[in-house]
Design a protein around this ligand. Structure first.
Ligand code: SF4
Ligand code: SF4
Length: 299
């Protein structure tokens, strides 16, 4: 389950993001806190196992309420996994009290917003705590050097992913693709807009996206709600459906396409974008995955 509450503020000012330096009123924070508390209470009482991925509009992990929610949920037996997208700027002390084996951190490094050494210090803290994490960077042309330097500085066991900067065809030259592919072997999968209309997708069957008021959607990308988790049994909302969008280009969407079989690469690390560590020594498995992605129809 992907949870995205009303929070829409961030302490960073990334030029490619609408939430940069957006601040919220006390009333807006209170509304986000109420929504989070309601969702946590709902998750706590469900009679089935559940994994939750927090995908906030902005930075949530600098807020003690999100740290406390993750900590609390991590100790519940039926909560399988928790993950959250973060710029890693907040304190990580809360993790000391969490069930760390269940938590995956989807960290994004934003060159220009944070010193490399500071970000790396945070990564080292996660390693010391024994928390699994991946590190991502937006693949803007001006970031290429930062990406390579970050890759060289991170421990070898940490996956560095690159999100393609999707501003239209032709942004990347073949040389760019080769250069970034040398850093992130899975980069090319993220460079495409897959033509998905009519294709089976697990979004809406094994994974759903939920807003602060309980509105449930198949995924973050299809506006039409499928129900409300506070008004009906969520299991009644789940069923196979073909995709109704013309394209899907975001990792947190297309990884749910059965035709891609992303689980063959990510295993139980799918939620926090953590490939199975054995993948890199298994060239055949990696190439099979890349070939599957190439064979999906792309715009
Ligand atoms: S850290 Fe993330 S949410 Fe904050 S401004 Fe940058 S891209 Fe946006
Ligand atoms: S393919 Fe993408 S847009 Fe379509 S249902 Fe799946 S996640 Fe949503």
């Amino acid at each position: 389950m992907l949870y995205r509450g009303p929070l829409s503020s961030c302490n960073y000012a990334c030029p490619y993001c609408p939430f940069a330096k957006h601040t919220e009123t006390a009333a807006e924070h209170a509304a986000d806190a109420r929504a989070l508390a309601r969702f946590s209470a709902w998750a706590e009482t469900q009679p089935f196992s559940l994994s939750i991925f927090f995908t906030p509009w902005g930075e949530a992990l600098v807020r003690p309420r999100y740290q406390a929610a993750l900590t609390h949920l991590s100790h519940l037996p039926h909560i399988r996994q928790l993950a959250i997208q973060t710029n890693l700027s907040g304190s990580l002390r809360w993790l000391e009290n969490a069930e760390k084996s269940k938590i995956g951190v989807w960290a994004t490094y934003h060159p220009g917003e944070v010193a490399r050494e500071r970000f790396l210090t945070r990564c080292a803290e996660l390693d010391t705590l024994g928390v699994r994490y991946s590190v991502g960077v937006v693949g803007k042309k001006g970031h290429f050097g930062d990406i390579e330097t970050m890759r060289a500085a991170l421990p070898g066991h940490v996956y560095l992913w690159i999100n393609a900067f999707k501003v239209g065809d032709g942004y990347y030259s073949q040389a760019d693709l080769t250069r970034l592919g040398a850093v992130d072997p899975l980069f090319e999968v993220n460079t495409r807009r897959y033509r998905v209309r009519g294709m089976p997708c697990n979004a809406g069957e094994t994974v759903i996206s939920v807003e602060g008021d309980g509105t449930a959607r198949r995924c973050h990308f299809i506006e039409r709600p499928i129900g409300n988790i506070y008004e009906q049994d969520v299991r009644d909302l789940l069923r196979p459906r073909p995709c109704t969008r013309s394209s899907c280009e975001c990792h947190i969407g297309y990884v749910h396409l059965p035709a891609l079989d992303a689980a063959s690469v990510y295993g139980d690390g799918l939620l926090a974008r953590l490939p199975d560590p054995t993948l890199w020594a298994d060239a055949a498995r990696l190439e099979t995955y890349l070939a599957r992605a190439r064979n999906l129809r792309a715009n």
